[in-house]
Write a protein that binds this ligand. Structure first.
Ligand SMILES: Cc1cc2nc3c(=O)[nH]c(=O)nc-3n(C[C@H](O)[C@H](O)[C@H](O)COP(=O)(O)OP(=O)(O)OC[C@H]3O[C@@H](n4cnc5c(N)ncnc54)[C@H](O)[C@@H]3O)c2cc1C
Length: 491
């Protein structure tokens, strides 16, 4: 059995550690911060409990699959609750639209939005389902070593037929003329850290998941999921070291021999880096051992960063549901100010999560837990003044669109933006999501699981295939462990 050191206790590190320990290996996870979960950390403050990162539990099959590896049922373990409505959208013209967990209601909704809207949504979601089926057969649960692993004959034929390589916006526009109908389907690309105009249409499989499989809330939120995965890892024998940043991966004869931390040194037969890929490569390794050097990263399209606000409100806020979007009827300017001319967006679209609507443990009685998220470009200037002014701007819109005053009811406030992503997670350019999912940063074009310079060094997490998101990060580690077994690396 091998001595395996994993750097980072994000979902990627938690998944890989639990699976490897289950096989009997001696696994140690070393984490810079004080708790497991990485981006899904928990902030407890003034009687509130804020999920600091992800809030959407989508694609339940992935978690079922992971929990079943340990003889468990995810929906029971996590006490999953299906949200209805799945989410609410506030448009700048005053319209408020609920997307239901019942797809039939969504057909009715689209029928109201445009002529034959129900039929168009049915046809669009059929295409999304076909993309999903192809993805599950050909694309998601596999590793990529060459471009031919991605552009397989089946992938090319189906991809061209379904226009999978065209951009997401074009794919939606082919079916829907109404700008609101378009936005109700296109918002999902923000999950991939991108813009509907730079994310390939193949990712419309996520709309199929959204409309047919639903959105859930796990007990304790997304940090509750991370804690459950941590418990599984510990029960299988994984040792965790917290508050212990790794400072160096020592390489001798092309092999990672020692992991140096702020406290001590660890010997390893195999090392898996779940920390930000750029950090693992360019900070923890000497230049001669780097597969992807600084100039590689400089050329990449980074996913969005975020302006986050964790707000405790000393009253109930009417009109909100668990997940709420606030969209301008014209939103391209916002995306342009992320990807084309990076700057703080003048007229932001944003998301507000209000978990206290269904979970009474996240806020004191009679109060509300609000999480504001504005997608912004990575690497922007980030001062206390800018972030405060920006929150003001967003709250002004929120109050106008919902008709609910909250400014004078804020009893606790924490802001989190670029410099926090850098300081807390060592995130390159302060990005929240790593690399965007443009076509040329998909599958085989994402950084590899295996270092090409250090023979026993591997990577897992949102930078690897299949990419950004909680379920995809779990899959990334499942793929890695599978590959290690198939290639006999663990014997
Ligand atoms: C605000 C926000 C909202 C999101 N919303 C959603 C959502 O609703 N649904 C969804 O599916 N996805 C969402 N995502 C994306 C999802 O959270 C991430 O893709 C996923 O959590 C990434 O996991 P990971 O394991 O790759 O990396 P991380 O979570 O970044 O884990 C890496 C770990 O490595 C540690 N580390 C870094 N450097 C070192 C070092 N030198 N030594 C030791 N440890 C180190 C870090 O502290 C961290 O704990 C969101 C992300 C953010 C930021």
């Amino acid at each position: 059995m091998k001595d395996i050191v994993i750097i980072g206790a994000g979902y990627g590190g938690l998944t890989a550690s639990a699976l490897l320990a289950k096989e009997g290996h001696n696994v140690t996870v070393i984490e810079k911060n004080e708790q497991p979960g990485g981006k899904a950390s928990l902030l407890e403050k003034d009687g509130f409990a804020f999920d600091m990162g992800p809030s959407w539990y989508m694609w339940p099959q992935v978690f079922e699959n992971f929990f079943s590896e340990f003889g468990m049922d995810a929906s029971e373990e996590l006490e999953l609750e299906r949200l209805d409505p799945s989410y609410r959208v506030f448009f700048s013209d005053g319209d408020t639209i609920d997307v239901s967990s019942d797809v039939n209601k969504n057909y009715e909704l689209f029928e109201e939005l445009e002529e034959n809207g129900a039929e168009k949504l049915r046809k669009y979601l059929d295409v999304c389902k076909r993309q999903y089926d192809i993805a599950m057969d050909e694309f998601v649960y596999r590793s990529y070593n060459s471009i031919f692993d991605f552009f397989t004959p089946k992938m090319i034929v189906n991809g061209l037929k379904l226009k999978a390589f065209s951009n997401f916006h074009k794919g939606v526009k082919k079916y829907f003329k109404n700008p609101k109908a378009q936005k109700l389907l296109e918002w999902i690309t923000v999950f991939l850290g991108g813009d509907p105009r730079n994310v390939p249409a193949m990712y419309c499989m996520m709309s199929y998941l959204d409309h047919h499989h639903g959105i859930f809330y796990p007990k304790g939120g997304m940090n509750g999921l991370a804690k459950k995965m941590y418990d599984i890892a510990v029960d299988n024998g994984v040792k965790f070291k917290f508050n212990e940043p790794v400072t160096k991966i020592n390489v001798e004869n092309k092999s990672a021999k020692k992991i140096i931390t702020s406290k001590k040194e660890y010997d390893a037969d195999l090392v898996i880096n779940n920390a930000d890929y750029h950090h693992g490569e360019t900070v923890l390794l000497d230049e001669k051992n780097q597969t992807y050097k600084e100039k590689y990263w400089n050329k990449k399209t980074m996913a969005v960063s975020m302006h986050l606000a964790y707000l405790g409100i000393d009253k109930k806020v009417n009109g909100l549901t668990h997940h709420n979007y606030f969209f301008e009827t014209e939103w391209n300017e916002h995306f342009d100010q992320i990807f084309k001319k990076p700057q703080w967006p003048d007229n932001p679209n944003f998301y507000v999560c209000c978990p206290s609507k269904i979970d009474n443990t996240v806020a004191p009685e009679g109060m509300e837990n609000l999480f504001f998220l504005v997608p912004v470009a990575s690497d922007l200037e980030d001062s206390d003044q800018i972030r405060d002014e920006y929150l003001d701007k967003v709250i002004e819109k929120f109050e106008k669109w919902t008709g609910e005053k909250i400014r004078d009811n804020i009893v606790t406030k924490s802001l989190f933006t670029h410099r926090d992503f850098k300081e807390r997670y060592n995130a390159y350019k302060g990005t929240g999501l790593g690399m965007a999912h443009t076509l040329w940063q998909t599958a085989v074009f994402r950084p590899k699981h295996k270092s090409s310079k250090v023979e026993n060094l591997y990577y897992t997490g949102q930078y690897n295939h299949p990419g950004v998101g909680v379920p995809t990060t779990v899959i990334s580690s499942q793929i890695l462990v599978d590959e290690l077994n198939k290639k006999g690396v663990l014997t």
